[in-house]
Write a protein that binds this ligand. Sequence first.
Ligand code: CA
Length: 231
Amino acid sequence: MRTVLVVEDEEHLAETLRYNLESEGYRVRTAGDGIEGLSLARTIQPDLVLLDLMLPALDGVGVLRGIREESQVPVLLLTARTSEADRVRGLDLGADDYITKPFSVAELLARVRAHLRRKRREPADAAQRTIEFGGPDHQFTLDLNRRQLRRGEEPIPLRPKEYELLAYLAQRHGRTFTRDQLLNDVWDISFAGGTRTVDVHVRWLRIKIESPDSPPKHLITVRGAGYRFER
Ligand code: CA
């Protein structure tokens, strides 16, 4: 049975979510503030987290940061805020998706199913694979099983979405993708202005895998189109 952790301080909404998720066959745990939410996320190891952004004690961004220090569990943000900045911040910190209140329960359940399906698919897709790139003096290995990038033998820390963007492009090297495609496929979302998120992650990745003294060799900007990965 799949366990969903609901971190939401509006009791009525939390109970509505519990009722509907349980009706779909999930085990549900709820937390009414951020500290309890983070503590439960660590102890019960849920399969998915529904996380309100505005919470007492510790806000949703703090909870997300804590979760991401140790887990890649899918996190869907529930947000009453309409501000793009908050969503971008959440997505930059490794949230998988967001849904803006008020939302339809049917849509939320559909997204929960989609993220759990995707999570289940991942291990099979990543069967024993690594992708190597770079030259003899800077040999990189992207390990799709461990979700890890190494330079030589040394692991290079990546944010969750940096890893996913790099893995997505590296597995499709030589093909150009628009920012919208990347946002859709890597972040599973699209929103006006969100393409900035893609550029920010490309910039961060370049610091880790490109030489500062020459134009990018791996994460290549295709003028007027988007990005392409070359080994
Ligand atoms: Ca709230």
